[in-house]
Ligand binder design. Structure first.
Ligand code: SAH
Length: 350
């Protein structure tokens, strides 16, 4: 492949560099470290997308940056705002792929749900995101851009981020951990790690690795079933990671980090929503420092399952409460705008 001198292929995406890396980068360009701080703040505090905006950087430095670097990311291709204020954003990536993100407004602040991969290879049968398989991992800059662009558009500070959009975050481990560190960096958006949540279908070796990263984020496990047979019918990945091993990894995570774990449980009618399944879930979680989030299934055309009815969900919840398991039912937002992950992108790609 021929690469011309000015081709963006040969340029570094400077938005992927963390605070220390950007200092070294500018030093190599013959600049003082404080220029690195300025550059970092332009990109991660003021969300600059062009070097020419960076008024306090010398002109020749900006020209030099232009030669060797780009500010990567993603741009909003479509947005839908629901009656309840929930926003759904379709992001176009530089290679023509799309991902999506959701903004949810709560009394305690604004929460953004972002994607971590283009597509997904985990194959959960009820999920829209996995239909075409995995296309590629998102870069750190592309995850940051989802948050930055939404904050710019909404004009309000994002205070919580959940990695629950398209993709399996722990299948893109290095970029995701870097994202967590950068978005909580005091020189950038400076969001408390306690307000960041990673959701995983249960990749046990990565859960253990994450426990050693010295982070104070919340870990959410997509459990969805209290026993392996039932779980395998919903999630092919369950064949590789038995529930017992996931529980061991979770106990290790809790012990190492002191953080409570959230278990997500999407309620599928007639599949995992019986009172006996609830009893079994209680047995599984007994004595564990955890919280269960019941999610009424968002039925996706062509994918498995219908949503459990209200009564079933309440009954399930009552069993957990009686057994002193912390439980909440996820409030539904943005139903009128396809806010279930993957639905917007799916419509776009067919
Ligand atoms: N891959 C990660 C994160 C993305 S999915 C994970 O598995 O956790 C975020 C959550 O939404 C997961 O708990 C997932 O199982 C759930 N989910 C996916 N599609 C859904 C649907 N149609 N209805 C309800 N929950 C769904």
């Amino acid at each position: 492949m021929e690469i011309t001198e000015n081709s963006s292929l040969s340029k570094i995406d400077i938005k992927n560099l963390d605070f220390d890396e950007i200092q070294s980068f500018v030093c190599e360009m013959g600049q003082k470290p404080f220029r690195g701080r300025q550059l970092y703040q332009w990109i991660h505090k003021h969300f600059a997308c062009f070097f020419e905006e960076m008024a306090n950087l010398p002109k020749d430095f900006r020209a030099a940056l232009e030669e060797c670097a780009v500010i990567g990311g993603a741009s909003v291709a479509e947005k839908q705002i629901s009656k309840d204020g929930t926003g759904k954003f379709l992001f176009a990536l530089s290679d023509g792929n799309y991902v999506e993100s959701v903004l949810m407004k709560y009394k305690h602040g604004n929460s953004v749900c972002i994607s971590t991969q283009v597509g997904c290879r985990m194959g959960c049968r009820f999920c829209a995101s996995t239909v075409g398989g995995l296309v590629r991992n998102l870069q750190t800059s592309e995850m940051l851009a989802q948050v930055y662009e939404i904050q710019k558009i909404s004009g309000e500070r994002v205070s919580n981020i959940i990695l629950m959009g398209i993709g399996e975050p722990l299948d893109n481990y290095d970029n995701v951990v870097k994202f967590i560190r950068m978005v909580s960096d005091e020189h950038g958006l400076n969001i408390s790690q306690r307000n960041l949540t990673i959701s995983t279908c249960g990749l046990t070796e990565k859960i253990r690795e994450l426990a050693g990263e010295n982070l104070t984020i919340t870990l959410a496990i997509s459990l969805h079933a209290p026993e392996d047979g039932m779980r395998m019918e919903m999630m092919p990945v369950a064949a590789k990671y038995p529930i017992s091993e996931i529980m061991d990894a979770c106990r290790y995570y809790i012990e190492k980090t002191g953080r409570r774990i959230t278990f997500e449980y999407s309620m599928v009618q007639g599949k995992n929503d019986s009172a006996s399944a609830a009893q079994e879930l209680c047995r599984l979680l007994r004595g564990m420092n955890c919280h269960v989030n019941l999610i009424p299934l968002n039925p996706v055309e062509g994918r498995m399952g219908q949503r459990s009815d209200r009564g079933r969900i309440e009954e399930f919840q009552a069993v957990l409460e009686k057994n002193h398991v912390n439980v909440t039912v996820r409030r539904e937002m943005g139903r009128d705008i396809d806010a279930a992950c993957g639905q917007l992108r799916q419509r776009y790609s067919v």
